[in-house]
Design a protein around this ligand. Structure first.
Ligand code: SF4
Ligand code: SF4
Length: 340
């Protein structure tokens, strides 16, 4: 396992070097905080913020993309080749979420080439969280502020320097490419990392997570959904900021016989989400739609993929305009089902 350190004064040079032959995505400041953007100038990269408002899932699963273009009865496929990409500074919860998205977009042997063309070319350097945020609960859903799942390299902020641990062959190759800028990590560095990791994990709150799937199924008609549905505005923010939400819609945009077929993110919170062509809508109330969001993550995904589709990033909590707090909902569902 390759373990290196990088002096913080060399981070920009490191990114410039690795960005020569790759697209570089990293957190940059915006008027709302920080967000993942394609970066041409590494001096704009900001590693001080914790969770960006939008997760980096956009790098592999953009908010909208053209699947193909057409003119009258002739279709033109879009190029499926993607450029090598470096996703730098994703937090461990977001890196883990990419692993969950991988399962969706390859489910039952059906590969989504639009997703995979980007994902296969993306090298992920995750940055461990020394001080988790107030809304974070990654350890309650099987993650860690220093988790390695989904990342090729795990970085730790050690004050004056970054410690970089290669986790995959791709990560190792990346670190070797920048070896003129790094030093081999010392035993002292490794001890500092262990200490920072233990302190970070201690700071996280433990949330009761309902794990009894049969009991969760029984909550389908519980009154709690009516109450929560009255609060939910159906704005879809929670799905858009969530690193694991993956629902999309496909529409044709045409003008005078020329057009394109596009895929856009969608949200189960929207009233039109389940509207059938017949006019029938099986989820006519916000209560049913809010229930769908929670049960999809904590019941249907565990049934289909063996794990909950929540990495505890807290974005849906900090961004919900109605103040709905998923932690409180999970706690109530746990006590309803009398399981944790
Ligand atoms: S962000 Fe809040 S109000 Fe908006 S759809 Fe989600 S739960 Fe409802
Ligand atoms: S459901 Fe909320 S806390 Fe869980 S991963 Fe999505 S945005 Fe983060």
């Amino acid at each position: 396992m390759l373990e290196m350190t990088l002096d913080k004064s060399k981070v920009q040079e490191f990114l410039r070097l690795l960005g020569e032959n790759r697209r570089l995505f990293a957190p940059v400041k915006d008027r709302m905080g920080t967000k993942f953007s394609e970066v041409a100038d590494p001096s704009l990269v900001c590693l001080d913020g914790l969770n960006t408002n939008l997760s980096p899932k956009e790098v592999v699963f953009p908010q909208w993309e053209t699947l193909y273009t057409f003119k009258e009865d002739h279709a033109n496929e879009v190029k499926l080749a993607a450029q090598e990409t470096l996703l730098f500074g994703a937090r461990p919860c977001d890196a883990r979420a990419l692993g969950l998205l991988d399962q969706v977009f390859t489910w039952e042997g059906i590969d989504d080439p639009y997703y995979l063309r980007r994902r296969e070319k993306t090298c992920v350097v995750a940055l461990a969280c020394n001080t988790p945020g107030e809304a974070c609960f990654c350890t309650s859903v099987g993650g860690s502020p220093v988790g390695e799942i989904g990342a090729d390299v795990l970085a730790f902020d050690l004050g004056e320097q970054l410690y970089l641990r290669a986790l995959t062959e791709r990560g190792e190759a990346l670190l070797k490419e920048a070896s003129t800028l790094t030093e081999k990590a010392t035993e002292e560095d490794k001890q500092a990392v262990q200490q920072a990791a233990a302190e970070a994990e201690k700071q996280l709150q433990a949330i009761p997570i309902p794990k009894d799937l049969a009991a969760l199924k029984e909550s389908f008609d519980a009154e709690i959904w009516e109450e929560l549905g009255l609060k939910c505005l159906g704005c879809g923010t929670c799905a858009y900021v969530c690193p694991t939400c993956h629902c999309f819609d496909i529409t044709d945009e045409t003008k005078k016989g020329v057009g394109r077929r596009v895929r856009n993110w969608d949200s189960c919170a929207f009233s039109l989400f389940t509207l059938h062509g017949s006019g029938h809508n099986p989820r006519t109330t916000q209560a049913a739609r809010y229930r769908q969001r929670v049960l999809h993550k904590f019941l249907y995904c565990p049934e289909n993929f063996g794990e909950a589709f929540c990495v505890g990033c807290g974005r849906c909590i900090t961004n919900c305009p109605a103040g709905l707090d998923l932690r409180a909902v999970l706690e109530r569902l746990s006590s309803l089902a009398k399981v944790t």
